[in-house]
Design a protein around this ligand. Structure first.
Ligand code: NAG
Ligand code: NAG
Length: 434
């Protein structure tokens, strides 16, 4: 049983029938960019690409306003650094809900459906600082939603990194939650189960490939030629299914076999690492789309998969503390132009529609003076200086500009970002050409 869609003037109406029609693929919309597109431009992109679900990382007023009256389902986010305040005070939670959810629903008709409380708060890099506060924050936000009378429309969840679970035997059938964080994770799972809210997990086959040089590349993809993983007779042809079923098994084993799962982030970057390129990204994301639209699900969870692609647009100010590829997850470039063909299955043509009416700043390049020698000791500090201000993540080993020498490095278009630099601060060996 599922839904059947017909296109009418007012939008899309789903009627109950024998054919499945979910809400389609969702996308993550991150905004850590030096020159973000105006929210109205992005919302138009979403609509023209038939995208009906969007996941945000905070609750930006202008973005939510632009999403008003579009019908697009929205997951708003509470950043980790706000967990302590909303988890520590019911008043703060109520204020957050009033300002960042209720107001947008009532006065602007934004279709808010989820609040993501924190973002991967159990990630090891946080040294456990959010582990104790995540459940109280979930609890307070949930109570605040009920108090505001929107508890049935808006559900809470918390996007977790996939390493909160692991397998004891390297097969999905050995899946369970990690021992060192078992108690706090199970308490959250029980809480979500009690209030009928989904478990959200971010899954990244790319990172498995990045961190493990022995990882079988083909197994990361959906059309790969890897030998399938044989889990007691059940065959797994790709890592995504095996990972999702490891979670499914962990949930079932602990008595939560019916808990709904959302894949909060999934995708592939296009630069910043030797495995981050357009060909792999296209292959992975298109394979994922075909897999999802087939509606088969995974061996343990047949049926539709609810997922949000990471990400809609590149973000050139994302921290590269994790890695250089962090700034290249978009299937659109920073300016909303198409990186590679991707059929999301949401439009008649099957082609991505780029952003319209984008305003560009004047183009500027930085080049080395012809008189400077490459072995000049000032070259390296000057490159470091420039890269501290511009995005140089495409210059590493195996990346798209990785083969350039120092002279070439400075031919990289550092469009617009150098507007912040006054000419007096410009290092002596370099000039700006317009
Ligand atoms: C609403 O969300 C924004 C963005 O995350 C945040 O800065 C602000 O403090 C929130 N408002 C309240 C009242 O908590
Ligand atoms: C985590 O611990 C490491 C090592 O003790 C430290 O360098 C890092 O700053 C800590 N990170 C956070 C987010 O507290």
């Amino acid at each position: 049983m599922g839904w059947w869609c017909i296109r009418v003037n007012m939008g899309i109406v789903c009627l109950l029938t024998m054919v499945w029609c979910g809400k389609g693929i969702g996308v993550n919309w991150g905004t850590q960019a030096s020159h973000p597109l105006p929210p109205e431009t992005v919302v138009r992109m979403l609509r023209e690409n038939g995208i009906q679900k969007v996941k945000l990382f905070d609750a930006d007023y202008a973005i939510l306003k632009a999403l008003g009256k579009t019908g697009i389902e929205v997951m708003v986010g509470i950043p980790n650094d706000m967990l302590a305040s909303v988890g520590g005070s019911m008043k703060a939670a109520e204020k957050w809900v009033a300002k960042n959810v209720s107001q947008h629903i009532s006065s602007n008709n934004v279709n808010v459906r989820y609040v993501a409380v924190g973002n991967e708060p159990f990630l090891e890099t946080y040294n456990g600082s959010y582990i104790q506060i995540t459940l109280p924050a979930l609890n307070n936000i949930q109570s605040a939603l009920i108090k505001a009378g929107i508890g049935s429309q808006v559900k809470v969840t918390v996007p977790l990194n996939a390493d909160v679970y692991a397998s004891s035997n390297n097969y999905p059938s050995g899946g369970d939650f990690r021992k060192d964080i078992f108690d706090p994770v199970i308490k959250i799972v029980k809480f979500l189960n009690d209030i009928n809210s989904p478990f959200t997990v971010n899954i990244y086959p790319f990172i498995s490939l990045y961190t493990d040089s022995n990882f079988p590349v083909e197994y990361a993809f959906f059309d790969g030629n890897a030998l399938p993983l044989n889990d007691g007779g059940t065959l797994y042809y790709n890592m995504f299914d095996a990972n999702l079923d490891t979670l499914t098994h962990a949930l079932g084993k602990n008595g939560f076999g019916n808990l709904q799962i959302i894949v909060g982030e999934i995708g592939w970057p296009t630069d910043g690492d030797r495995n981050a390129n357009i060909e792999y990204a296209r292959r992975f994301n298109q394979g994922l789309m075909t897999h999802i639209s087939g509606g088969k699900g995974t061996p343990m969870r047949p049926g539709p998969i609810d997922a949000y692609l990471f990400s809609l647009i590149d973000e050139d100010e994302k921290s590269i503390d994790p890695e250089n590829f962090e700034r290249h997850w978009g299937f659109f470039y920073f300016d909303g132009q198409v990186k590679y063909p991707l059929n999301l299955g949401t439009t008649n043509s099957g082609a991505l529609v780029p952003a319209k009416g984008v305003h560009y700043l004047e183009k500027k390049w930085c080049v080395m003076k012809p008189t400077v020698r490459l072995d000049d000791p000032q070259v390296q500090p000057s490159v470091s200086y420039a890269c501290g201000l511009a995005d140089c993540t495409s210059l590493g080993y195996g990346t798209s500009c990785g083969n350039l020498d120092a002279r070439g490095t400075f031919l990289m278009p550092l469009t617009a970002i150098f507007r912040r630099i006054t000419s007096s601060k410009w290092p002596a060996n370099f000039r700006m050409y317009r």
